[in-house]
Design a protein around this ligand. Structure first.
Ligand code: TXA
Ligand code: MG
Length: 352
């Protein structure tokens, strides 16, 4: 089939894509994080199409996208108090929340789990599509499993062109990396995937809720904020099934180099002189056709927005190795570093 890129500013194009979803088909669409590959979340056969197009493992569950907070009610049972506080602060936006699923959510969406991941994207195109369709939309990132996520319509076309009828083009994705995934189905909230809603931002909301609900909590002092980061980020048997697979990787072998940026830059420059390509921070990079930059060392927002596009461009150079500087693991840097380390798999050099 021919894949057509549609201008999302035209409302008839939104309706065209909603029509495809209504007949059980799949379309790609822009969100603020990365492009999604959407299908009717309540139709098992439609969802099966997503797995087929992505070549995705059946034990890796999908995120269900909604256009309002109220749309979550039919999808879940047991909405924890924390949900209201989190959505008030972070929705619409790049925060995915995991709760106990209701019976209307097919088990292929959740990969057999009794929990479901939900998110309300902060993008007019995604929201308009979900509203025009009138049902929740299951959508993973619109890349074949394992490759860097798409942040431009043309990435989607390169990756899965021929397999879907339309790409709803709402421009380049602002955030550039996928949503933070937070499991609030258990006693203690757990971050399963870091994203642009950071640990500290979550902790500040969770702390206030903890304090109100703890016996004798005054709501003013002693904010606790119990929040865990999943061990699964390094574990062999992670709770978020998606975390165990190789991810975000360019086709060219990528080595992540961690440590002080002066040291990692020196090392990487020596490798570039031997013919490798590199991903470096602006303040450490040098001008070379194989060196691409990711923004300044302390500018995690730019790093996130450029990461996947730059990994794709490095791949296109066609050398046999890519080396990358890794940002500091604070704030949004934690999420950027997580994607780079996952993309590198076993290939990590620590110079600290
Ligand atoms: O920003 C995003 O989240 C993008 C856009 C399109 O919304 N979507 C995205 O979806 O990144 P995907 O499928 O590439 O990643 C979904 C992640 C996976 O790591 C998956 O394992 C996890 O969410 N996940 C989904 N449902 C889960 C559940 N019930 N329990 C644990 N993890 C879950
Ligand atoms: Mg993905």
């Amino acid at each position: 089939m021919e894949t057509i890129i549609l201008d999302a500013n035209k409302s008839e194009n939104i309706d065209l894509c909603a029509g495809v979803l209504k007949t059980g088909g799949t379309v790609a669409f822009s969100t603020e994080t990365v492009y999604g590959l959407g299908a009717n979340a309540l139709d098992e056969d439609a969802v099966a199409g997503i797995f087929l197009i992505k070549g995705r493992q059946k034990d890796n569950p999908l995120i269900v996208h909604v256009a309002s907070v109220d749309d979550v009610n039919p999808l879940v049972c047991d909405i924890p108090d924390l949900f209201d506080f989190l959505v008030e602060k972070f929705w619409p936006g790049p925060l995915t929340l995991i709760m106990k699923k209701s019976s209307i959510v097919p088990y292929n969406v959740t990969a057999g789990l009794d929990t479901v991941a939900v998110r309300m994207p902060d993008h007019p195109v995604a929201l308009a599509l979900i509203r025009a369709f009138g049902n929740p939309v299951a959508a993973p990132s619109a890349n074949p499993s394992g490759l860097p996520s798409p942040t431009k319509a043309k990435h989607v076309l390169n990756d899965i062109g021929g397999k879907i009828p339309y790409i709803l083009d709402g421009g380049d994705c602002d955030v550039g990396i996928e949503s933070t995934v937070l499991d609030i189905s258990g006693e203690i909230p757990v971050i399963l995937r870091p994203g642009s809603v950071t640990y500290d931002e979550l902790r500040s909301v969770i702390g206030v809720v903890d304090n109100f609900s703890s016996p004798g909590g005054s709501g003013t002092a002693g904010i606790s904020g119990t929040l865990r980061i999943a061990e699964s980020m390094t574990d062999a048997t992670p709770k978020s099934p998606g975390l165990k697979y190789r991810h975000y990787s360019p086709k060219t072998p990528l080595t992540a180099v961690t440590g002080p940026p002066e040291k990692t830059a020196d090392y990487i420059i020596s490798r570039v002189n031997e013919g490798a390509a590199a991903l470096m921070f602006d303040d450490f990079a040098f001008s070379h056709p194989y060196v691409m930059t990711l923004g300044r060392f302390d500018d995690h927002i730019t790093q996130a927005s450029l990461l996947f596009d730059t990994l794709r461009k490095l791949d296109d150079i066609g050398v046999s190795d890519i080396f990358a500087q890794v940002p500091e693991m604070d704030g949004l840097g934690f999420a950027v570093a997580n994607r780079l380390l996952k993309a590198a798999g076993e290939n990590i050099i620590n110079l600290s």
